[in-house]
Design a binder for this molecule. Structure first.
Ligand code: UD1
Length: 417
């Protein structure tokens, strides 16, 4: 079982170009299915979730080749519409292929994604929206068969929760639906804007991404296209919090500071010095982070749930008290028990966590999910002594070369096999 061995207390210094965003690359890879020809996706991060998406594309008959950080997808010859259970289990967001398959082939077969380490992850909003466009969905022993015999037809759809995945799935299917689809109550995340850019470069007519109302003029023949995936704002937040915990000075490029406004304002309030410009973000931190006003996770532009564990880890090694309220997922505090092994003082009551800063010490800890794992690394970087963080498969779902990048910035981190 491999693990990171981290000797904490080394400040981080230097400059880092942030990898492409996982949560943008996945729907964009699914979108490449919508048209024949070869799409070129640049800045596509090399992560286990992306590898799973490429495997799905190959199983469906596409050619999918990685050349460095560029991925070439040729979706000219689709031969299948079925995603095996194994890949659905490996990556819950495989459900994003549903809208694209329905749009391109009029049929998709996949298993119900079920729960995950964050608690129940329903897809009712995805299915309702697709049914609204004319899809028919049958469920048999956890397998879903989705068809659209009469073809998809655009209309106005309302999402009761601004679900990121449901918004993306609907955008993909709506490109193939005849007429205009309007998604009211759409998610506003920057990754949705990136998906809109790629779809429009394929010839689609999508507008409104980044606002709660997205319009898609469907039925326009699409063609393959080129796109550069946006920088990963959660990976950027992780490095910023790592500097908050360990101290130092770091400049991040390849990410839009506007996408990180909620995270940056928390770090500033906690005593870090931040400076943003068009190319990136610089952070300087010395001394321990201070407790801050209540942090409530919320859909974008609110504080991202994906950065909750990471900020908590940095605050846990600081001073003062902070209340955190997790509003998006039911079970997103599994990292708390592991942080406690490092001496963190965190009291949980339902959705609320009260973090009282204290000096953390090294410990043997295990990641239970992707961002929870990154949080343990952040805590270990700021802790006194040696920590061992296992469960690296979770971390590799979303971070490319986390150990190497941190080591290049001066962290004492090694991967042991
Ligand atoms: C995406 C991100 C994930 C992030 C999350 C919230 C990807 C690949 N993943 O996940 O990293 O944590 O957004 O920012 O982009 N819900 C329903 N029914 C549905 C769909 C969602 O009730 O059909 C609920 C969920 O249980 C959750 C909330 O809506 O409570 C938000 O989920 P959603 O935005 O859909 O998250 P994902 O798209 O799965």
């Amino acid at each position: 079982m491999s693990f990171y061995e981290i000797c904490g207390g080394q400040p981080l210094r230097g400059e880092l170009r942030v990898q492409g965003a996982k949560n943008s690359a996945l729907p964009i890879l699914a979108a490449a299915l919508l048209a024949p020809g070869q799409s070129v996706i640049r800045n596509c991060p090399d992560l286990s979730d992306v590898t799973a998406a490429l495997e799905i594309l190959r199983l469906l008959g596409c050619s999918a080749v990685r050349e460095g950080d560029t991925v070439l997808i040729d979706a000219s010859q689709l031969t299948g519409c079925r995603i095996p259970d194994r890949l659905m289990r490996e990556m819950r967001s495989s459900v994003i292929f549903l809208g694209a398959l329905l749009g391109r082939l009029g049929r998709a077969e996949l298993s119900y994604p079920g729960g995950c380490e964050l608690g129940p992850r329903p897809i009712d909003l995805h299915l309702n929206a697709l049914c609204g466009l004319g899809a028919e969905i049958a469920e048999d022993q956890g397998r879903l068969t989705c068809t659209c015999g009469q073809g998809l037809v655009g209309r106005e759809l309302c999402l009761s929760i601004p679900s990121v995945g449901a918004t993306e799935n609907t955008m993909l299917a709506a490109c193939a639906a005849q007429g205009m689809t309007t998604i009211v109550g759409a998610a506003r995340e920057p990754e949705i804007v990136d998906l809109q850019k790629f779809l429009n470069s394929m010839g689609a007519r999508v507008s409104g991404a980044g606002s709660p109302v997205i319009s898609i003029q469907g039925g326009i023949p699409l063609h393959a296209a080129e796109h550069t995936v946006m920088g990963d704002r959660i990976v950027a937040a992780t490095y910023l919090c790592a500097v908050g915990a360990a101290g130092g000075q770091l400049r991040l490029t390849g990410v839009d500071p506007a996408d990180l406004a909620a995270v940056c304002s928390c770090l500033e309030e906690a005593g870090c010095r931040l400076c943003t410009d068009q190319e990136g973000i610089s952070i300087a931190a010395s001394g321990r982070m201070r407790g801050i006003r209540t942090v409530r996770t919320a859909p974008y532009p609110g504080f991202p749930t994906d950065a909750q564990a990471i900020l908590m880890a940095a605050l846990a090694g600081g001073t003062g008290t902070t209340m955190i309220v997790e509003n998006i997922f039911d079970s997103r505090y599994r990292h708390v028990d592991e942080l406690a092994r490092m001496g963190a003082d965190i009291q949980l009551a339902g959705r609320v966590a009260v973090v009282t800063g204290s000096r953390l010490h090294g410990a043997v800890v295990r990641s239970t999910d992707l961002r929870g794992g990154a949080a343990l690394v952040v805590a270990a970087l700021g802790a006194e002594g040696v920590s061992r963080v296992s469960g690296l498969s979770h971390i590799r779902r979303g971070y490319q070369g986390l150990d190497e990048s941190l080591a290049a910035l001066g962290a004492d981190i090694r991967t042991r096999l």
